[in-house]
Ligand binder design. Sequence first.
Ligand SMILES: C[S@@+](CC[C@H](N)C(=O)[O-])C[C@H]1O[C@@H](n2cnc3c(N)ncnc32)[C@H](O)[C@@H]1O
Length: 446
Amino acid sequence: MTSPAARARAHAAQVVDRVRAGRTLDDALDELFGHLPAGLSEERSLIQEMAYGAIRWHFQLAPLTRHLLDKPLAAKDSDLDSLLHVGLYQLLYMRVVPHAAVNETVSATVVLNKDWARGLVNAVLRRALRELEMLRERITSDETLALATPDWLLARLQAAYPEDWRRVAMAANARAPLTLRVHAGRIERAAAIEKLAAGGYAAHPVETVDSAITLATPAPVDALPGFRDGELSVQDAAAQLAAPLLDVRNGQRVLDACAAPGGKAAHLLERTPALQLVALDVDRSRLARIRENFTRLGVHGDIVHGDAATPADWWDGQPFDRILLDAPCSATGVIRRHPDIRLHRQPGDLERLAATQARLLDSLWPILAPGGKLVYVTCSILPEENRQGVAAFAARQPQARPLPLPHPALAQHARADGLGYQILPGTADMDGFYYAGFEKSGTGPA
Ligand SMILES: C[S@@+](CC[C@H](N)C(=O)[O-])C[C@H]1O[C@@H](n2cnc3c(N)ncnc32)[C@H](O)[C@@H]1O
């Protein structure tokens, strides 16, 4: 018989192994949780903590595991390697009784049907326990290990932020807060905070973002008072800037060109319900998420399947007054929420993404009305996708007049680069986001 604690370690190792093979962490966890019997909330949160932690510190745990193993494990035993990562994560980062953690991790080999590896896992983790101080010293004395960031990304960060690249890289290892968006049409922010407090959830307002509140301690969102009724949504405070920055008015035609799962589109409609909003996405499977969100929040927009780079396929010929382009990007600004990004992103992705972003900007520009505004957003912190991309766009499109984006959050917390604004992860507890705005010169209704 294996204990729940040993099963949790085995499950965490399986999730880590799938992520290392290319799955996203959210998908791998969802799939596992879909197969677990109902309940088991303690076991689920332990699995989640260990899987997130082992992925967050992957670029530290992998070399340390290699160092502790006499010879590398065969490819068919990658699950055992991942189990060792989970074991090491517990010893280095979790407040667990070390010997108990080792014993449960050793027993997890049985759950993985690899009883033969008990001795091996036991020997490696006991050695780690004996050498724990040495391992910690090794981490602090080696920058790549300490920052747990792949070399190519570290080089890009160093080039982009010569003064504080270490801090920027380290911010990706922090745990992100649970930030919520308050539906302005349904409840005032102060009332939402009171309602949460009455339900036992302490929360505080985000000073410079009037729709945002942060929970003092993360909690399952479904349980939060007001969540099911559409008073609250999960959204980082930096993402909550898109709607106010687009500067919309009721009756305007607005395109959210990359809309799924619909967070920013819903926010626009919560603030300004009588917009004529088209929520477009190229991924048909993600349109259902937009629909679910709109329904829960009681907002209305046209949900359209289409490629923003080919408007001829879906556009009705009437120019838009406003366009939001929340472009597909490297997501390097949200690694603290999705640590698997660091495992999956490759240096070559950046060129491809920058080309896509340029194509999207150029394809959407002609369908913006004269006098209309376009806001470009990424959750990237790399200039290749941000400043460089919008500068090249402005050079290609003489009609694109860069817009100042007056907002207290950008004024106080972002770095202005002359065209756009970069929020770095962790600044005022926000995710890393980039915003730039353009107005189309010429006369028109907007
Ligand atoms: C950063 S996410 C958007 C998040 C969304 N705006 C929100 O706030 O909930 C990027 C989205 O762009 C979509 N996408 C990527 N390429 C696209 C294209 N060529 N046309 C339309 N949508 C695209 C992806 O399917 C993905 O859903």
